[in-house]
Design a protein around this ligand. Sequence first.
Ligand SMILES: *Cc1c(COP(=O)(O)O)cnc(C)c1O
Ligand code: SF4
Length: 401
Amino acid sequence: MNHKENGCGFGASQAGDIVNIEEPPSCSARRTRTRILNWSVAAESEWKRLLRESLTGAESIAARFGLDPALIKAVIRQYPARVNPYYLSLIREKNDPIYRQCIPDPAELDDAGGTADPLCEEPENQARPGVPSLLTHRYPDRLLFRISNQCAMYCRFCTRKRKVGDPGKQPTRDAIEEAFRYIENTPAIRDVVLSGGDSLLLDDAPLERIIRRLWNILSSRPAGIIRLGSRLPVVLPQRVTPELCAMLKRYHPVYLNTHFNHPAELTAESRRACTLLADAGIPLGNQSVLLKGVNDDPAVMKELVQGLLSMRVRPYYLYQADPVKGTSHFRTSVDRGLEIYRALRGHTSGLAVPTYVIDAPGGGGKIPLLPDYIKAKYPGRVILRNYEDKEFVYPDTADYK
Ligand SMILES: *Cc1c(COP(=O)(O)O)cnc(C)c1O
Ligand code: SF4
């Protein structure tokens, strides 16, 4: 999951575009459906109302927190903002971990370090030729399919800051069709990760059309699975409705990875969302990003991962922050990440411990990092360090040649 200014039109007048996309041509009629939601209808769902009531403009954000509107305007001209009333309600004070994740910061513009696309996700940066623009195909058997570039909130630290929220970069019907054809014609693909932006910002019907078509492709492949990447259980848990879960459930095996970064995001609402998803048989994982001033603290991370398990969400990855332009003020050292990992492994349920990874700049994929649990290695002997830093000797065996 991962991201421009008011000129991009996050105002209510355009909010309807966000949750609808055109119908893929394979599904029923050739007719193009460009149905725009009518916000004035009485039956507007809660999540759409919250999305519509989001703060997106410099004036409203600056007024709320006593900031300089000109400075905020300069930031969101470059990188859009959207903060819905639910997530806003979690802010306790200026610069707290919730605030830092969602409120535009002039530091985003002063950033001399980092690049716009460090993971080389854009087609022109990808090593594999001929991959459609909505796909990132880095691994042999799985790929990322970015079905939306919209998010319920524009996280200030986002890796896809270069593009999310830009209406000029929303997936078109043709681009989606091209992506499907690639998946259909690449039999090695058995695992498709629907990502974004945020995959769950699509309304149920267009989302179901995409999932159904994917299911039709993947269910006949050995060990086919569908994965969703979404921050909505965290930033807009009201999106998770019984209707959504009933739909997803028809296309198992469906997995969902969400993105909690701080214990203050573990609320009654997010718990309700995770419960509905888990009860629909969807295994839930969590991908956190290490962020300075948000969660770069062993005690905070421990509270987060334990809280997640209690919500039936399995911590999956802990990402070292990517060197993305506009986010340097969030970056922490690798040593800090290793220290946090050490504070978890052995000290709490193994189930709560995520794999600490760096997504290699240049597009090398995720590389796991571990503290040095092996102190020394000799023929027939490995000296190990346990979680309490005590040493143990393991009698090693030579491999049969
Ligand atoms: C993270 C990622 C995946 C999924 O990786 P897993 O380790 O299987 O979760 C697939 N494709 C790309 C490009 C990714 O960045
Ligand atoms: S939810 Fe946040 S981190 Fe994820 S893609 Fe959107 S802006 Fe980026």
